[in-house]
Unconditional design. Structure first.
Length: 112
């Protein structure tokens, strides 16, 4: 992470309330400010998978929430496991298409 991004996160977090969210320039990734004691800043990432046409595949409240690099790496291993891919591919073939849910638009975006 560059110093510039760290400084921007600090600046961004000063004015945010606990559990406030902001979309980022990474499609499907939202920054969430989490509660802390004192003046420390603590952020988590809400991961919402998006379809090819830019619509969310899950509701915001059902998104994957990641709060550490350790969690990120653990999920990455799971998602890259070929057996897991094979399993979800077969599960996906069992069901028909689903209706897409509409996501509300936010004007402000945190550029990464």
């Amino acid at each position: 992470m560059t110093v510039n991004l760290i400084d921007r996160l600090k600046e961004f977090g000063k004015d945010m309330k606990d559990w406030e969210e902001m979309k980022t320039s990474v499609e499907g990734v939202i920054i969430t400010k989490m509660p802390t004691k004192g003046d420390d800043l603590n952020f988590g990432l809400k991961i919402i998978p998006m379809s090819k046409d830019g619509k969310p595949l899950k509701r915001r409240e059902k998104a994957l929430f990641i709060t550490s690099l350790e969690q990120w790496e653990a999920f990455k291993e799971i998602f890259n496991d070929p057996k897991g891919f094979d399993l979800i591919s077969n599960i996906d073939n069992l069901r028909g298409p689903r209706a897409q849910e509409k996501e509300e638009e936010s004007e402000e975006v945190f550029e990464i």
